[in-house]
Ligand binder design. Structure first.
Ligand code: NAD
Ligand code: UD1
Length: 344
């Protein structure tokens, strides 16, 4: 059974990917420092998988320790989820983001390089969590991978720098196999309702905020702008079920291991939904009202953003399957069963 190391594997996307890898016959090793996740995730994963998962608790900034982890587990591939992801916090604390995200990626790549020098029999294989944020304010939709990249905040800047680092390293080391995955808007939860998104404090993103309004934890949603050039005036995004995203990682690992060619692909559905469509879909899925007020636009927001997922389909044979209704139903099952997240 091939081992796959997941940095940030206890987080929202990492935990769902760990289960998808097990279902596909891989052995995930979860590496996390629990900076933005909870150790109880491992108990939940064990309940769903029917057996405990291997955990390595520590920090990706610790290169020597990472090297030791790689030596002990000899993973066939690494998925690098670990990092900080809150846009607003990155504006207030840019150094935190440049350090954890960029230095964290350098630390991992150095450890992988050292492990490869010790055991040159397999090619280093890495999947990286990038984001649609690297497209900045796109000139048109749908977005293809060759669109120009830019950044509007330090978080997005770190994703762009890490992508460039990977491309430069791959140019110098063509034997490395790298899959850069640009996620659109991940939402939803595992159908068991046992794992899901557990944001600390007030959620920045739409779906967890809507879920907390529906469960009665927050009074109303602020809809950030209703005067965008979109069908109903509210922002349009490509929401993708986290289970589809997890399947995308399995497809990416398989493609890298089987074919050995690096790639950069969008992981999205190719469909956009407005804020008000999300509100209505969530009300239907939960049977609860989601009161909202129109508020000013959020600085830095774009009117519409959705993927052309054609390249991922051609290269990886992967396609998103879940509808917005399913995303809301699964998010609601998680939220209503765990009103205070993993601290419930
Ligand atoms: P998350 O915060 O739930 O998961 C990240 C995990 O990394 C957490 O468990 C955290 O404890 C861990 N971590 C952070 N710094 C670490 C360090 N130095 N050492 C070890 N562990 C560390 O986030 P997520 O939503 O699962 O996102 C995973 C990745 O995908 C991130 O890189 C994020 O930027 C990227 N991404 C997320 C989204 C999204 O909307 N969720 C969209 C695009 C890209
Ligand atoms: C945001 C980040 C992006 C990051 C992504 C991760 C910003 C500017 N962008 O993208 O860098 O990669 O999350 O998923 O923060 N909305 C409301 N009320 C709310 C929250 C959101 O109306 O309380 C609206 C937004 O204006 C937007 C849509 O809902 O139109 C989606 O917002 P969000 O979930 O934050 O995602 P993005 O803005 O696409």
């Amino acid at each position: 059974m091939k081992t796959i190391l997941l940095t940030g594997g206890a987080g929202y996307i990492g935990s769902h990917t760990a289960l998808a890898l097990i279902a596909a016959g891989f052995e995930p090793v979860v590496l996390d420092n629990f900076a933005n996740s909870h150790p109880v995730v491992l108990d939940r994963l064990a309940r769903i998988a029917g057996r405990p998962l291997v955990l390595e608790q520590g920090d990706v900034l610790d290169t020597d320790w990472l090297q030791d982890v790689l030596r002990r587990h000899r993973p066939a591939g690494v998925v690098h989820f670990a990092g900080d992801k809150a846009v607003g916090e990155s504006v207030a604390q840019p150094l935190k983001y440049f350090h954890n995200n960029i230095s964290g990626a350098v630390s991992l790549l150095r450890a992988m390089e050292a492990a490869h020098a010790e055991d040159p029999t397999t090619a280093p294989t890495l999947v990286f969590s990038s984001s649609a944020t690297v497209y900045g304010d796109p000139a048109s939709v749908p977005i293809t991978e060759d669109f120009p990249r830019s950044h509007t905040n330090p978080y997005g800047h770190t994703k762009l720098v890490i992508e460039d680092m990977l491309y430069a390293l791959n140019a110098a080391r063509p034997a490395w196999r790298m899959g850069v995955l640009r996620y659109f808007n991940p939402v939803g939860a595992h159908p068991s309702g046992l794992i899901g998104e557990d944001p600390a404090g007030i959620p920045n993103n739409l779906m967890p905020f809507v879920a907390q309004v529906a469960v009665g934890q927050r009074e109303h949603l602020n809809v950030f702008g209703d005067d965008y050039p979109t069908p109903d005036g509210t922002g349009v995004r490509d929401y993708i079920h986290v289970q589809d995203l997890a399947a995308g990682h399995v497809a990416a690992i398989r493609a890298l291991l089987d074919r050995g060619e690096s790639f950069t692909v969008n992981l999205g559905t190719g469909r956009g939904h407005s804020v008000l469509e999300v509100v209505r879909a969530f009300e239907k899925a939960s049977g609860r009202p989601v009161p909202y007020r129109i508020a000013p636009r959020r600085p830095g927001d774009v009117a519409q953003c959705w993927a052309d997922p054609g390249l991922a389909q051609r290269l990886l044979g992967w396609q998103a399957k879940h509808t917005l209704e399913e995303m809301c139903t699964d998010a609601w099952r998680w939220q209503s069963g765990n009103p205070a997240g993993y601290r419930s």
